[in-house]
Design a protein around this ligand. Structure first.
Ligand code: AMP
Ligand code: MG
Length: 319
């Protein structure tokens, strides 16, 4: 299959909507990363996402929607969900909610769970595609499973060209990190740090939130949050003050000798936006080992460190 690169204009979005309507997979930009979208109501369409990514089937998908009303059709919305949606939707917050009976979603989307992960994205191209297609779009990141997430159409094509019908090229993603995932099926529980700092969620909910991210070992309720993920081919070492002889330095703040710097001024939003692009660049540049400067573990820094820890984790398939 030849993967079409579509412009984010009327003609491009009409073509993307047509392909999605036929049940094929189309990658599109959101404010977090590029998603690989398919009609969340149809098994064959959703199966195409798992096949293209090589994603394990026990790992459920986030459903992207135009607004809160669409979310209310699919899931029960506790008060906390309405409060958070009012504050952060559209935006990089995913809520895990009790699935409504008869919601009509493919069971592959929820991996058979009785909950569903929903998000209303903010990026204009994503919003226009949702409106144009009229479909709830299941969309994980548009990369081969376990690899670095894509923040440009070129990243998507580097990983999935020939395996998906099309990519809508909307330029680089503004946030650059995946959404924060909050489980609201019981008392609020952080499943993944991301584009909305957990501190901001706690403030809006007016309650303390446990900021220790839940991992696979402790939470079968959040399948797919594997230790090794976001992995470049190169080895990754964190909290490095100086690089070793075989390492290139990925800097943060005013450090000397960095091959790339995530933010010379120490700005966490700038670092988040450029993190995956930097890992892609070092990887394609042939680095065999990457040392990363220390990054403060507050606000967006928690999500950055989470991704870096998993990029550095031992690989099931590698050294
Ligand atoms: P992504 O890989 O960015 O598409 O993120 C999807 C992640 O959301 C999955 O790996 C799960 O950890 C989480 N998730 C999705 N649906 C559910 C659900 N129903 N319950 C708990 N976690 C979920
Ligand atoms: Mg992903």
């Amino acid at each position: 299959m030849k993967t079409e690169r579509l412009a984010p204009d009327d003609a491009g979005l009409a073509r993307a909507a047509e392909l999605l309507g036929k049940g094929t997979c189309v990658a599109f930009p959101t404010e977090t990363v590029y998603g690989l979208g398919a009609d969340a109501r149809h098994d064959d369409a959703v199966a195409g996402i798992y096949a293209a990514k090589g994603r394990p089937a026990h790992n459920p998908l986030i459903v992207h929607l135009p607004d809160l009303a669409a979310a209310a059709d699919l899931a029960e919305l506790p008060d906390a969900a309405r409060v958070l949606a009012a504050a952060f939707w559209p935006g990089p917050l995913t809520l895990v909610l009790p699935l409504k009976r008869g919601a009509g979603l493919s069971r592959l989307v929820t991996a058979g769970l009785d909950s569903v992960a929903l998000r209303v994205p903010a990026a204009p191209v994503a919003r226009r595609l949702l409106a144009r297609s009229g479909l709830p779009l299941a969309a994980p990141s548009a990369n081969p499973s376990g690899r670095i997430s894509p923040t440009t159409a070129d990243h998507v094509l580097a990983g999935l060209a020939g395996r998906i019908a099309a990519v809508v090229d909307g330029g680089p993603c503004a946030v650059g990190l995946e959404s924060t995932i909050l489980d609201l099926t019981g008392s609020p529980r952080l499943l993944r740090p991301g584009g909305i700092p957990a501190e901001a969620l706690a403030r809006v909910l007016d309650m303390p939130l446990d900021l220790r991210r839940v991992t696979d070992d402790t939470a079968p309720a959040a399948p797919g949050l594997m230790a090794s993920h976001y992995a470049p081919r190169a080895r990754v070492r964190l909290n490095a003050e100086t690089p070793g002889t075989d390492e290139v330095l990925l800097g943060f703040g005013p450090v000397q000798g960095a091959a790339l710097n995530l933010s010379e001024t120490g700005d966490l939003a700038e670092a988040a936006a450029g993190l995956f692009a930097a890992l892609h660049r070092l990887d394609t540049g042939g680095a065999t080992a990457i040392a990363v400067s220390p990054i403060p573990d507050t606000g967006l820094g928690r999500a950055i460190n989470d991704r870096l820890r998993r990029a550095a984790a031992p690989r099931p398939d590698g050294p």
